[in-house]
Design a protein around this ligand. Structure first.
Ligand SMILES: Cc1cc2nc3c(=O)[nH]c(=O)nc-3n(C[C@H](O)[C@H](O)[C@H](O)COP(=O)(O)OP(=O)(O)OC[C@H]3O[C@@H](n4cnc5c(N)ncnc54)[C@H](O)[C@@H]3O)c2cc1C
Length: 413
């Protein structure tokens, strides 16, 4: 643990989402101060991500915040692929995981962010709400950031030593460093979702159910507050979607014959499945973290988890560099380690995509894919994050047993 304080405000974190808050915690718990700015006036109240996976729980334990996730989250034990007209349920069983947390936690992103935020504030952190990064310039390694206080209509110029873009999918920081963001929206796959109460149960608590028809997929899972996430995917684009309660009910009726009735929707969202990966995560003292660096298909629910894992990887390295304990070259390993993981996550979610979101492809073909040797085990290990390691991408030792880059959840950090 590094305990030499860096000068105040030498690190500017843009965005108080899961990535920015996790990075802030990782710096503060090493006594490295940072400033977090957030364009919004207050926390987001919509549920969004609902899965916290095993690898993230292991990291939360190291950060000292796993208990609220275990207490507030529902214990998720499986993801069930129920192919229409097939009698078989293909079960991704997370209780088989080689982890202290053989499960995932079902908890809304609102609650996840609240737990992270409270811990960040407890450690002495401050979030500057309604403060937007408007421009960044970099000259000879010096960064100048123009901030705008939306409430006070006041402009401020700061010169941090390090600027971290945790500013999400439309990252201004990524645009500033001119990083290419190759990828595509999947015009064959659109999703529309709602959180609502249900009368009748589409599945057991703790199981995320995917009812897979030839031309659509219906996901249902109970959330901790008693409501249900109901998500549908079909072919087409966002403007072709009917996300009215009646349209959700029609699809529920196709699968549950009128035994599951949708209550008033709490919120509804329509989005296109997309995959993007930034060509670089770093330009000198400016780095990208979380959705600012990558977007992947939502299958398995990994976006927020990857963002948090990025921030943990970056946090201890930035703390070490900012305090002068090591040279800035250590920061090169952040991209060297995390970008290939993200490439793998994108490839692995594409494999799952070919099973549950391949609208129009015969169900027998997709069911057959799940019967391939190792498919289920691989899917569970990948989705949980347990499979991913840095051995092949870092200067790994060739020692027997645990080596550099391996997951070591029981080591205190
Ligand atoms: C409907 C939906 C369902 C999802 N389901 C899942 C799931 O089940 N599991 C999962 O793991 N992931 C899921 N995701 C993805 C997950 O929400 C994201 O991956 C996650 O929020 C990424 O965190 P982040 O901190 O990188 O970015 P964000 O959460 O986008 O946070 C970025 C923050 O930066 C702020 N910001 C942006 N620009 C500026 C600026 N110029 N100045 C200051 N602040 C700025 C934004 O206001 C925002 O608060 C889902 C997403 C959606 C929309």
């Amino acid at each position: 643990m590094f305990r030499i304080a860096a000068p105040a405000e030498s690190i500017l974190i843009v965005g108080a989402g899961p990535a920015g808050l996790t990075l802030g915690i990782e710096l503060l718990r090493r006594s490295v101060p940072c400033r977090v700015i957030e364009a919004l006036h207050a926390p987001v109240t919509t549920s969004r991500a609902f899965t916290v996976h095993a690898r993230t729980l292991e990291l939360f334990e190291m950060m000292g915040i796993v208990d609220p996730f275990l207490e507030q989250g529902l214990r998720g034990i499986s993801m069930d692929y129920r192919f229409r007209d097939a009698r078989q349920v293909v079960r991704l069983d997370f209780t088989t995981l080689d982890s202290k947390y053989p499960c995932f936690r079902i908890i809304s992103q609102t609650d996840t962010e609240q737990i992270l935020r409270e811990h960040f504030l407890r450690l002495g952190g401050v979030i500057d709400w309604h403060t937007e990064l408007r421009a960044v310039t970099g000259d000879d390694g010096a960064v100048t950031a123009t901030l705008f206080d939306i409430a006070d209509q006041r402009t401020e110029t700061v010169q941090p030593d390090w600027l971290i873009g945790c500013d999400g999918a439309h990252s201004i920081v990524r645009r500033h460093i001119g990083a290419e963001f190759p990828g595509a929206r999947d015009h064959g796959s659109v999703m529309w979702m709602t959180d609502a109460s249900l009368t009748g149960r589409p599945g057991e608590a703790g199981r995320v159910c995917y009812d897979i028809g030839a031309d659509h997929m219906l996901l249902t899972t109970q959330l901790p507050n008693g409501t249900w996430r109901v998500l549908v995917s079909g072919a087409g684009d966002t403007d072709s979607v009917d996300s009215s309660p009646e349209a959700f009910q029609k699809i529920l009726d196709q699968h549950f014959d009128g035994t599951v009735i949708l209550g008033d929707p709490q919120w509804t969202s329509v989005f296109q499945v997309s995959r993007y990966l930034s060509a670089t995560y770093r330009q000198g003292p400016i780095l990208l973290c979380g959705d600012a660096a990558h977007l992947q298909a939502p299958v398995g629910g990994q976006g927020m988890n990857v963002a948090i894992q990025d921030a943990v990887n970056l946090g201890w390295k930035l703390a070490a560099v900012a305090t002068g304990a090591v040279g800035p070259a250590l920061l090169d390993t952040y991209e060297q380690e995390r970008r290939p993981i993200c490439e793998k996550v994108i490839a692995d979610t594409d494999e799952l995509h070919s099973v549950i979101l391949n609208h129009g492809v015969p169900l027998t073909t997709r069911l057959a894919k799940t019967q391939e040797p190792g498919f289920l085990d691989r899917a569970v290990r990948n989705i949980s994050g347990i499979a991913y390691r840095y051995r092949d991408t870092t200067t790994a030792s060739l020692l027997r047993g645990l080596g550099v880059g391996d997951r070591a959840p029981d080591v205190e950090a």
